[in-house]
Design a protein around this ligand. Structure first.
Ligand code: SAM
Length: 181
């Protein structure tokens, strides 16, 4: 049995702000899985949809290579402002994050084909299936796509498992992951 994930003051503070603002942060187990994925991929360029108050961003950045850059998208400016505070408070250099305010489906088409090692989705579940194709386009071969709670979404699961460009796997807490062939 794995020990519980212990969060430091930066993560705890971002989690408290998330609860206060009604924006649920990822569970610590999911954070540990994101950090693991970013580490094994030696991730240098990551996209996140759903910045929230920055809990998942902190886990991702702690797995990425030291000069890796996280591009994180959110429609809510007040949440991104909180995330920015959390990241600076945790000692993350400004150059390591690119926080983009906007609707993910408007922002993703502006990002570079094959330019990313990992793409993490944690936004409105109803939009997940619409991110599938854009996400595959953005990943390099061997890159990984991960949807928080994605295993509970039948349309998304069907689409990802039927896509022969992807090797899918359900990992911790119902996170649906898939590696690009
Ligand atoms: C569950 S919260 C993200 C929590 C964050 N990943 C964390 O662990 O701290 C979902 C976020 O998705 C954002 N969001 C919802 N729909 C979106 C969209 N279409 N494009 C970009 N962001 C969106 C919300 O504003 C909210 O901040």
């Amino acid at each position: 049995m794995a020990p519980d994930v212990v969060e430091d003051d930066s993560l705890s503070a971002a989690r408290v702000r998330a609860a206060a603002l009604g924006c649920p942060a990822i569970e610590p187990r999911v954070g540990a899985a994101l950090r693991f994925l970013a580490t094994v991929l030696r991730a240098r360029a990551v996209v996140e949809i759903g910045t929230g108050t920055g809990v998942s961003a902190l886990y991702l950045l702690r797995g990425m290579v030291p000069d890796g850059v996280l591009t994180s998208i959110d429609i809510a400016p007040e949440l991104q402002a909180e995330a920015k505070r959390a990241l600076r408070g945790a000692g993350i250099a400004p150059g390591r994050t690119r926080l983009i305010m906007g609707r993910a489906l408007d922002v993703l088409p502006r990002l570079t084909d094959g330019g990313y090692d990992l793409l993490f989705v944690d936004a409105a579940r109803a939009d997940y299936a619409a991110y599938h194709d854009e996400a595959v386009r953005l990943l390099r071969p061997g890159g990984v796509l991960a949807f928080a709670d994605g295993a509970g979404l039948p349309e998304l699961v069907r689409g990802v498992y039927a896509d022969d460009r992807l090797v899918p796997l359900v990992i911790t807490d119902g996170m649906l992951a898939a590696a690009k062939v």
